[in-house]
Design a protein around this ligand. Structure first.
Ligand code: GDP
Length: 426
């Protein structure tokens, strides 16, 4: 059976955690394919909130095997801490498998992340300073350490010594920081972390292919989202990996023909964290309502997210970039507060109308959104469990999204809880 990809269509925080958790109830394997612990999926089960940074959401079901794919960058200490937290709350993490090809986040990655952000001054990217970007940079530069290196202390030490010479030179001579000690790092990674991580390491590629061959359901879960993609996002305000569906192939070890379903997660409005262009950004009372009703504060950082109306030009582009087959709309309940709701259906700039993303980002900075205004529904959606229970105006909103995006909306989430959703699937 081919795999399903779940991908965010905006700038992240669309509520992917809830969707992947819901979908995981029917699948055998859930694979995270990129990112690191800069992601933060929130899943609410029976009123209990779980925040997962690295472990795929499938961990909450005893029938799924959660896999951290080769495309992910892993801080072993953070991963072990997250597993410990889950275990203490009664969740069995023993099925978790970490790809031996996943790259490790090392202490110098944190240092460099902090320093480069500081040097960029007001051009800073707004990274989470968790070493993710520098770890991916080392992977591309072919000086990264991989999870499998933890199983071979000699290789680990050799690679560490070589790379640390360069990192320490940069830290001390460029950034005026104290150099890091190779013995300390080796003690921590090889002495303390490797024995604990070793039982989790495995051949994730083989596991995925065995499941696909056996006709089992495999779900590929991205972190961040389409417009944070290093190739297709609003560069440089992006992440260092490829959250788009193509990244799911690379980060898991399958080919495009192994995927037959791509579910795009669309928040009913838009948010973004940190810097970068944002055509439909709202201010004043609209912004406050979206942030407060939607609890739009970073899961990991507590930072207030920048809010705005739904931008269907972005969603159309996301459909193209990911070959999305269906959309899942989240946080529809947050819009219940408004008398009228705006939706951006095109952009205008210098007398031209754009139905699709302008290829030149300078244009994106200057566009004016073309809005359609829809009547609000002004009623609580949280109890709705079927399409028939949605007010007509909410249904019209869902229909507009589907018509403008060119793919069906099969699901609408109306609250954070696992059971708070409406399915439009035939
Ligand atoms: P992710 O990174 O895409 O998984 O998104 P986050 O987990 O950071 O953000 C989703 C937040 O919205 C979490 O706090 C969820 O519990 C919450 N959430 C998810 N779906 C809904 C919904 O339909 N309505 C409301 N009000 N909250 C939701």
């Amino acid at each position: 059976m081919p795999a399903t990809v779940v991908v965010g269509t905006q700038w992240g925080d669309e509520g992917k955690g809830k969707l992947t958790d819901l979908m995981a109830k029917d699948v055998r394997l859930v694979v995270r394919y990129q990112g690191g612990h800069n992601a933060g999926h929130t899943i609410v089960v029976d009123g209990e909130t779980f925040v997962l940074q690295l472990v795929p959401s499938g961990v909450l079901y005893s029938h799924t095997t959660p896999i951290i794919g080769n495309g992910v960058v892993v801080d072993p200490a953070v991963l072990l801490e997250e597993c410990g937290m889950l275990e203490r709350r009664g969740i069995d993490t023993s099925r978790l498998v970490v790809s031996g090809n996943a790259h490790l986040i090392m202490p110098y990655h944190y240092e460099l992340d902090k320093m480069t952000e500081r040097y960029l001054g007001h051009n800073k990217l707004g990274t989470t300073k968790r070493g993710i970007g520098p770890a991916y940079a080392d992977k591309a530069a072919r000086i990264g350490l991989r999870a499998q290196d933890l199983l071979d202390p000699k290789i680990f030490r050799q690679k560490l010594d070589v790379v640390l010479r360069e990192k320490n030179a940069i830290l001390s001579r460029v950034y005026n920081r104290l150099p890091l000690d190779a013995d300390d790092i080796a003690d921590l990674y090889l002495g303390d972390l490797a024995p604990k991580l070793a039982p989790m390491l495995g051949d994730s590629v083989a596991l995925v292919h065995e499941a696909l061959s056996a006709g089992e359901q495999v779900m590929l879960e991205g972190a961040q989202a389409t417009f944070l993609d290093v190739d297709h996002g609003t560069y440089p305000y992006v992440t260092s990996s490829n959250p788009t569906a193509g990244g799911a192939c690379v980060g898991t070890g399958i080919g495009p023909r192994d995927i037959d379903r791509v579910v795009g997660i669309v928040k009913a409005y838009t948010t973004r964290v940190g810097s970068g262009p944002f055509p439909t950004e709202a201010d004043g009372e609209t912004a406050d309502v979206l942030v407060e009703r939607g609890h739009e504060y970073g899961t990991n950082t507590g930072r207030r997210r920048r809010p705005g109306w739904l931008d269907l030009v972005m969603i159309r582009q996301a459909v193209r970039l990911n070959s999305i087959s269906e959309l899942a709309l989240t946080k529809l309940d947050v819009l219940s507060e408004f008398d009228t709701i705006k939706v951006c259906v095109a952009y205008e700039a210098a007398g031209a109308r754009y139905e699709h993303m302008p290829y030149h980002q300078s244009v994106l900075h200057d566009v004016t959104p073309v809005y359609e205004e829809l009547p609000g529904w002004r009623s609580d959606l949280k109890g709705a469990t079927s399409a028939a229970q949605l007010p007509g105006a909410a249904r019209a909103y869902v229909d507009l999204v589907a018509a403008q995006a060119g793919v069906p909306v099969t699901f609408a989430s109306v609250g954070p809880g696992r059971e708070q959703y409406v399915s439009f699937a035939p």
